[in-house]
Design a protein. Structure first.
Length: 473
């Protein structure tokens, strides 16, 4: 009986003296901190008390003052990236409570967001597999010392949220099936070239609109969007505005990032007219909230898919318009990513190439590795030549690549009725082609893959695909 009494007393004592230090879930063991910068750490402690922070990589002791609610934030200088494993201890100076986190890496950190093609895990969706996904899963433990993920669960909230039910995860065959496939390949490409660890904060919601990732104070100014609670409840969940912003962006906004990668747009196909401005607004707002200046923003062109209304080419056009409006941004083309049998699959299986192209874009633009090609050919101008039409391109590096069996072009006369075109002349180095069609006597307009689902094969000398376009805009 005496032993039972002691055990009970110990249990009561443990509850009474529960530690005051509580770290935000974004701050924990296994995380990656952005290298060579002042990285933010935050959590809760004794109200109005002081927290002492001791990182293992420095002799400096950092102090943070908790506010009246116990909230505290501190910026800690991080070292250059390496594969060294670090730890940090947090001490509540009021009562001496201590919290320790370990297995921390320092390197590059990116936020990966958007909708389902960014969310799509290495294990794929049913019945949409990822090419080589399980090969990556099988070998993922080899990356335990160089890549880490934290995946925000699919959540919505009508009010702002400041915490998330997630934690940093080390790659293994048990954990990696849930990792964003695009994010995984992006992280691998960066880590391989930069030779530092890479952390991915994955916060993507399948089907989300750009308005879903914007705050109420901005969206309420959009006349086509209702914020009435009953109206929002009647929507398909992924079409609701604001709620992903509240539940999935706000909890991760205070982490310190190098940049943002973004794959989204499918649910805005029917509202393509407003997309460019709203995406640019979102990026500006996110950068303000993250507080690290104009950090890089790299997006993915939505892949070919048969929406049934031929509006998606206008959305792709709006995506490129948005990039032109957003400083320090870029986008990768994906017209060559889908296969003919994927006409009705909005989740193409090829995710490695998407992640690699995003990685190359970041390496070239953000890290100075100019050897990686990142610029797809773009339409430049056209010149009618009787029953033919010459089309010139902005081509980078070594001009154009494809010489034969070129597919995807259409031409039209003044009636704007487009017909498939044949390439009857090409100059690789000067980057132009000549098109004709027996159905168009005097061509004056040209389009390339300007449909929901049209797979072209024209590319630059570095194999990056020609960006779909219309000259009759």
């Amino acid at each position: 009986m005496k032993r039972l009494f002691v055990a009970s007393l110990m249990a009561v004592t443990f509850v009474a003296f529960e530690a005051k230090i509580k770290l935000n879930p974004m701050i924990g063991s296994n995380m990656v901190l952005q290298q060579d910068t002042e990285a933010r750490l935050w959590g809760d402690a004794t109200p109005s008390g002081e927290v002492e922070i001791r990182p293992s990589w420095s002799d400096t002791i950092f102090l943070a003052r908790a506010d009246a609610d116990g909230r505290w934030t501190v910026k800690v200088q991080t070292p250059k990236g390496s594969y060294d494993k670090h730890s940090v201890s947090f001490t509540d100076k009021v009562d001496g409570d201590v919290a320790n986190i370990e297995n921390i890496l320092v390197g590059e950190v990116w936020l990966a967001s958007g909708q389902s093609n960014m969310q799509m895990p290495l294990k794929g969706y049913e019945p949409c597999p990822v090419n080589g996904g399980y090969d990556e899963v099988a070998e993922s433990a080899r990356r335990a010392g160089s890549i880490r993920f934290i995946t925000v669960p699919l959540t919505q909230s009508y009010t702002p949220v400041d915490t998330v039910a997630a934690s940093w995860v080390v790659p293994s065959p048990k954990t990696s099936p849930e990792f964003s496939a695009v994010g995984w390949h992006f992280a691998k490409r960066l880590s391989d070239v930069l030779d530092v660890p890479v952390g991915i904060v994955s916060a993507a919601y399948g089907g989300a609109t750009v308005e879903g990732w914007l705050p109420e104070e901005i969206v309420k100014g959009y006349p086509d969007i209702s914020l009435d609670r009953d109206s929002m409840e009647s929507m398909v969940h992924y079409m609701r505005p604001v709620l992903m912003y509240n539940a999935m962006f706000l909890p991760v906004k205070d982490y310190t990032y190098k940049g943002i990668i973004w794959y989204q747009g499918c649910s805005n196909v029917d509202t393509w007219q407003t997309y460019a401005d709203r995406l640019a607004t979102m990026v500006g707002h996110w950068r303000d909230m993250i507080g690290e200046g104009e950090i890089p923003f790299y997006a993915v062109e939505i892949a070919p898919f048969d929406y049934g209304n031929d509006r998606s080419p206008y959305l792709r056009e709006a995506q490129w318009d948005a990039v032109s409006k957003i400083p320090n941004s870029g986008m990768v083309a994906t017209n060559d990513m889908a296969q003919p049998h994927e006409r009705h699959n909005i989740h193409p299986a090829e995710k490695k190439t998407v992640g690699n192209r995003l990685g190359n874009l970041a390496l070239n633009r953000s890290y100075g590795h100019k050897q990686f090609p990142v610029d797809s050919p773009r339409f430049k101008s056209l010149t009618p030549q009787g029953d033919r039409i010459r089309v010139d391109f902005h081509a980078y590096r070594d001009g154009l690549c494809r010489n034969y069996d070129i597919k995807g072009f259409e031409i039209a006369g003044e009636d704007k009725i487009f017909h498939p075109a044949e390439v009857v002349g090409i100059d690789d180095q000067r980057a132009y082609i000549i098109l004709s069609s027996p159905d168009v006597a005097k061509p004056v307009h040209v389009r390339y893959c300007f449909h929901d689902f049209q797979l072209g094969n024209f590319c630059g000398a570095d194999f990056l695909p020609l960006v779909p376009f219309r000259s009759d805009r």
